[in-house]
Write a protein that binds this ligand. Structure first.
Ligand code: IPD
Ligand code: CA
Ligand code: CA
Ligand code: CA
Length: 264
């Protein structure tokens, strides 16, 4: 796999996709629901994925493509070969309601190993990317490795549903965590939250259920700065199915899982 050639091609492709998304702001979008009333998709999600899929196929038809909106191979049983994992718009609800706080997310894995990752915060014009082993960047600027931090000085990305009554985890422990840390945030885009951990704007982000396309690119970038990505059980993150997920500064990752996260 020629990573430099793929890198140059992907950088250009993302800019083209973003231009099309920006143009769509002046047009009326078509909104549909998927699994439930709050699970939204627009014609722009689909058109962006279609555009990216066609570009990848034109680059190398032997590459496999795994995208949220199913414009290419839909069932993924393994990660053999070169696999592109694409979320055309991460943060669709933000895209629809706020026209900000969404990204284009693209990862390239080879035989299950993350090689390249791209997350483009279109409206802020912040392109996070990494080639494995060569450091992570935001636009032209190198992202510095994460410094250790204590939990009582941390800001964590967590969603309000974690403290609402639920039967999936011990909410008392989560309440204790919220009282321990310096603050909490919720941005509504897993990729933005992961990149905020990678750049030290947050120390952790966790979710009860994310899909491979939500985390694949972010994990490649995060790895370059030392952020740790696992399931909430501390197992390797799952790139073949929906699962729990946590990304954290390595100095608090273990403590978060062992002291505060108790899945039922
Ligand atoms: C969603 C966002 C959201 C997260 C959801 C994801 P989408 O992705 O990342 O922040 O909480 O679980 O599904 O559907 O907007 O691409
Ligand atoms: Ca979605
Ligand atoms: Ca997503
Ligand atoms: Ca999406």
């Amino acid at each position: 796999m020629d990573v430099i050639s793929i890198h140059e091609y992907t950088m250009e492709m993302i800019q083209e996709a973003a231009t099309r998304i920006r143009q769509s702001f002046t047009e009326k979008m078509e909104i549909e629901t998927k699994a439930n009333a709050n699970d939204l998709v627009t014609n722009i999600d689909k058109e962006t994925e279609q555009f990216i899929v066609e570009k990848i196929q034109a680059y190398d038809a032997s590459h496999r493509i795994f995208g949220e909106e199913g414009m290419s191979e839909e069932q993924f049983a393994d990660l053999k070969g070169v696999v592109w994992i694409v979320d055309p718009i991460d943060g669709t609800m933000n895209f629809i309601r706020q026209q900000r706080n969404f990204t284009i997310s693209i990862a390239i894995y080879e035989d299950g190993i993350g090689k390249l990752g791209y997350i483009y915060d279109v409206v802020r014009d912040e392109l996070y990317y990494a080639i494995a082993g060569q450091g992570a960047y935001v636009n032209e600027k190198r992202i510095q490795p994460l410094e250790p931090i204590e939990l009582d000085k941390a800001i964590i990305g967590i969603n309000a549903s974690w403290v609402a009554k639920n039967n999936r985890l011990n909410t008392e422990k989560i309440a204790k965590l919220i009282h321990t840390v310096r603050g909490t945030r919720s941005y509504g885009s897993a990729t933005i939250e992961m990149m905020y951990v990678a750049t030290g704007r947050l120390e952790s982000y966790m979710s009860m259920r994310l899909s491979p396309w939500d985390i694949a690119a972010g994990a490649v970038i995060a790895h370059e700065v030392g952020a740790k990505c696992t399931t909430l059980k501390g197992e390797p993150m799952n790139l073949l199915a929906q699962d729990t997920f946590i990304i954290a500064n390595p100095s608090i990752h273990e403590q978060l899982i062992s002291e505060y996260i108790e899945l039922i």
